[in-house]
Design a protein around this ligand. Structure first.
Ligand code: SAM
Length: 313
């Protein structure tokens, strides 16, 4: 807006950058070399989300919920739709700031619905384009009474730590419509690890040939708005913000949330891979060909970061 103060404008610009980045990603034509480099990482992330989602659904069911409703906060292009289908949920609300991603998510849902056998009852769904750090999702729900068993926020929450106001609104959207006993699950970069690596570096960046993280300064880290730039080959190139987890945990208490589990990916992997069915899913996902020669749809050329179609094969 014309009348926005410069500081407000600065804050707004980051959301615009993030939305533009994710909207544009559909057109990225990745070189084969890049695809293979990030292929296993994406499959690993997808495995991790599958296990997390599967286990939380077990807990929700064990607590007696039959009709499970889920909010996918920052759903992207719908990479987790098949995970929710496999989990047999009843209703899904998908929200994201990137309108093109939400459209793709909706058409992916319609595709899944068309391909589903009539005996399989696919969950109903609503798709919302919204900046979840600013807009109140409860005002946009088709069913104003809807309460969620689970809010899933995968690789998204760190964008909100740009300011206290934004982090607070994202958290409100995640938690305010959770049923008592409901779960907020998510994945986000580990701020402690990022700062540790930055402090160990003799510049403002660290990374390897695949990814690069660049800070603007080091030595002091504000609780909100501590921005770094993350790039992953040609796929991701976007400003992100450190999430100081103890603060996040403290903020969540306002919504009567209690921390049940927090693990690094490596710890999660080591624990879950001990279970036979998780290990089998991992083998299946890791065995996927990065460059299928024929007839496997778009699983290897889809740059949205989602290979979850393949999980079902
Ligand atoms: N959750 C999806 C997944 O796991 O595949 C997508 C993750 S992608 C790394 C991050 C997503 O967060 C993008 O789709 C982006 O548009 C969304 N996002 C970032 N800021 C947001 C905001 N303020 N409100 C809603 N979505 C946001």
């Amino acid at each position: 807006d014309e009348d926005e103060s410069p500081s407000k404008k600065l804050v707004t610009d980051h959301s615009v950058k993030v939305a533009r980045h994710y909207n544009d990603r559909q057109d990225v034509g990745l070189a084969a070399r890049s695809r293979s480099r990030i292929f296993f990482m994406r499959n690993f992330n997808n495995w991790l989300k599958s296990v997390l989602i599967g286990e939380i659904l077990e807990q929700v069911r064990a607590a007696g919920s039959r009709q499970v409703s889920v909010l996918d906060l920052g759903c992207g292009k719908g990479g987790d739709l098949l995970k929710w289908k496999r989990g047999g949920i009843s209703h899904l609300v998908c929200a994201d700031i990137a309108a093109v991603s939400v459209e793709q998510c909706q058409s992916r849902y319609e595709d899944i619905s068309r391909r589903s056998h009539p005996s399989e009852r696919l969950f109903s769904a609503q798709f919302i384009t919204a900046d979840c750090t600013k807009d109140l999702l409860s005002e946009k729900l088709d069913d104003a009474q809807l309460m969620f068993d689970i809010c899933s926020c995968q690789f998204v929450y760190h964008y909100s730590f740009e300011s206290e106001q934004k982090a607070e609104m994202m958290l409100r959207n995640a938690c305010e419509r959770l049923k008592p006993g409901g779960f907020f699950i998510g994945t986000t970069p580990d701020a402690f690890e990022l700062v540790k690596r930055l402090e160990a570096s003799d510049s403002l960046s660290f990374g390897n040939e695949v990814f690069k993280v660049t800070f603007q300064s080091k030595g002091s880290y504000p609780l909100f708005g501590c921005q770094y730039h993350f790039s992953l080959e040609d796929v991701v190139n976007v400003p992100e913000f450190l999430v100081y987890f103890p603060l996040f945990e403290h903020m969540a208490k306002r919504y009567n949330m209690r921390l049940v589990l927090k693990q690094r990916f490596s710890e999660f992997f080591q624990e879950k891979v001990k279970k036979e069915h998780h290990r089998q899913l991992m083998m299946k996902m890791m065995a996927l060909e990065p460059f299928p020669s024929h007839g496997k749809g778009h699983q290897a050329t889809d740059t949205s970061g989602e290979y979850s179609h393949a999980e079902e094969h």
